[in-house]
Design a protein around this ligand. Structure first.
Ligand SMILES: Cc1cc2nc3c(=O)[nH]c(=O)nc-3n(C[C@H](O)[C@H](O)[C@H](O)COP(=O)(O)OP(=O)(O)OC[C@H]3O[C@@H](n4cnc5c(N)ncnc54)[C@H](O)[C@@H]3O)c2cc1C
Length: 264
């Protein structure tokens, strides 16, 4: 799919650490209600510009992955919610090794700016043929979590564990009556420790987990090895990794998936 150029039509903090961008223009015409929960990749030059026409022939743009949080049919716009992270040094040099392309852009972009993207593309489906569920997410997967929650049967019971920097970063979530929300404050305990502290009294549940790489691995190991939950009922995905840019994370993710396949 060739890149589409969208324009920034709005930028606001929806919680203390989440920036919502509204994007529209001709490049957004191929989005629809179905795009919500799917992912797009923002494209940048190696020095952080969004003018990808400057990229020499044969060279690939820097890509950063985000989830579509909303689609507004009347205006034909989409929204993307970007978790603010401190590594976006607004004044320092930007290079492929340091990264911070997307977060820095989100912090500084203004209405009228342009961004190129590819997508949307769907993420893997989560197993919904279950009665009990465990859904785990951090700030970067909060949008994807919201899209998964609406797919749960009304009869669903279990836990949603959400890792946030502050209570005020929890967005409104529509949970079936039987699902309990557990909020983990990142500075107080790790997401994986929070999951380990849950009263999971059987291994008969479906799991969806999207978060930081090491936390995802810790949750995955606990759920599949310690609790013995059927791997076919689980979906684990890392959304980013501490100390590594998205490009490095992609390599580690591939290696992790290959090792997991071998261990089956
Ligand atoms: C399918 C999918 C969907 C995603 N959807 C969203 C989304 O909707 N919203 C969202 O905010 N993120 C989302 N992410 C995560 C996002 O792609 C990464 O956080 C990405 O690395 C951010 O790019 P960057 O250019 O800001 O930083 P990079 O250049 O990738 O990394 C620079 C430095 O920042 C650190 N870093 C990156 N992200 C974070 C973070 N969140 N917190 C703290 N440090 C960080 C890295 O460890 C690295 O040291 C998604 C990821 C995937 C795989």
């Amino acid at each position: 799919m060739s890149p589409k150029m969208l324009s920034v039509e709005g930028r606001e903090y929806i919680t203390p650490n989440m920036i919502r961008l509204t994007l529209g223009g001709e490049g957004s015409h191929h989005f629809s209600q179905e795009s919500i929960g799917q992912y797009v990749k923002f494209l940048f030059t190696a020095n952080g510009s969004t003018d990808i026409s400057a990229i020499p022939e044969g060279q690939r743009p820097m890509m950063r992955t985000f989830t579509v949080s909303g689609y507004q049919a009347e205006s034909g716009t989409i929204t993307i919610d970007i978790a603010k992270h401190e590594l976006a040094d607004l004044n320092g040099e930007i290079t492929p090794d340091i990264g911070g392309y997307a977060s820095r852009w989100a912090l500084s972009t203004q209405v009228g700016d342009s961004i190129s993207l590819v997508g949307p593309r769907p993420i893997q489906a989560m197993p919904v043929e279950a009665e009990r569920f465990l859904l785990v997410a951090d700030m970067t997967a909060q949008t994807a979590l919201q899209a998964k929650l609406v797919l749960l049967p009304d009869s669903a019971s279990g836990y949603v564990v959400l890792d946030v920097p502050t209570e005020a970063d929890v967005q409104p979530l529509e949970l079936p009556d039987g699902m309990k929300l557990v909020v983990n404050i990142s500075s107080e305990s790790s997401l994986s420790d929070c999951v380990k502290a849950l009263a999971l009294d059987s291994n008969d549940f479906a799991v969806w987990c999207g978060c930081e790489f090491s936390e995802m691995r810790a949750v995955r190991s606990y759920i599949t090895s310690k609790k013995g939950v059927d791997r076919k009922m689980c979906y684990f995905s890392s959304y980013w990794k501490h100390g590594v840019t998205e490009d490095g994370h992609k390599v580690l993710k591939r290696e992790d998936n290959a090792a997991l396949e071998q261990s089956k």
